[in-house]
Design a protein around this ligand. Structure first.
Ligand code: HEM
Length: 181
């Protein structure tokens, strides 16, 4: 007896077969099932975020728990926008060279590059040139948003408790090689 209609299962079978054949072909030519691609579009964490938590709204306190302890998630923020950088533990994880950027909004240090000065790890931009801040912050936000391995996850609510304190003292700015920002 012949069937007259395609069922959803047939579609799944065909798509599954094509994907399998594609993976096989890719492995034959590149020794990788994804033609050498390892970015966010094949990272389950990216799709988990896209489907199950389209937009996060974190407090600064909540953000501070995403520093990758116990193999956990790594989030960093720049002027209120939060990015997931979990796929690069070598750089942002507890032993990474830029670990000090995660779990907080350190917009200021993205502008100044004064990494050795602890009070630069803040979103207090007072005393800095407005145009420089706009350009650098936009540049870094774009870097994380469009990066192959990182993605935007939502917002952190910034408070302005620092307003009654002095802003960080001036420091000599250092720019990222390659002029990002
Ligand atoms: C405003 C100044 C700077 C900022 C905000 C900055 C920030 C960053 C960030 C966020 C990364 C990680 C990039 C990624 O995720 O792929 C990075 C990587 C790197 N940066 Fe900087 N950077 C600055 C200046 C510098 C300077 C002056 C140097 C060298 C003299 C430098 C050397 C490096 C190196 C070598 C890496 C690669 C790190 C690694 O893969 O372990 N950066 N930088």
């Amino acid at each position: 007896m012949t069937r007259e209609h395609f069922t959803a299962l047939d579609v799944v079978r065909i798509v599954g077969g094509l994907l399998f054949f594609n993976a096989l072909l890719s492995y034959w030519f590149t020794s990788s099932t994804t033609w050498g691609y390892h970015g966010k579009y094949i990272d389950w964490r990216f799709w988990h975020h896209k489907i199950l938590e389209p937009e996060l709204h974190l407090s600064l306190n909540e953000l501070s728990s995403y520093t990758g302890e116990n193999n956990g998630r790594l989030l960093l923020a720049i002027n209120g926008s939060v990015y997931d950088v979990s796929s690069n533990r070598a750089v942002y994880g507890p032993k990474g060279s830029y670990h000090s950027l995660v779990g907080k909004d350190a917009a200021r240090v993205f502008v100044t590059g004064c990494f050795m000065k602890p009070d630069e790890y803040t979103y207090d931009l007072r005393g800095l040139d407005e145009k420089e801040c706009q350009k650098d912050i936009k540049g870094w936000q774009q870097f994380f948003q469009t990066h192959r391995d990182y993605w935007y996850v939502g917002k952190v609510e910034l408070t302005f408790d620092f307003i009654n304190k002095d802003p960080p003292s001036p420091c000599e700015h250092v720019k990222f090689p390659g002029h990002i920002g």
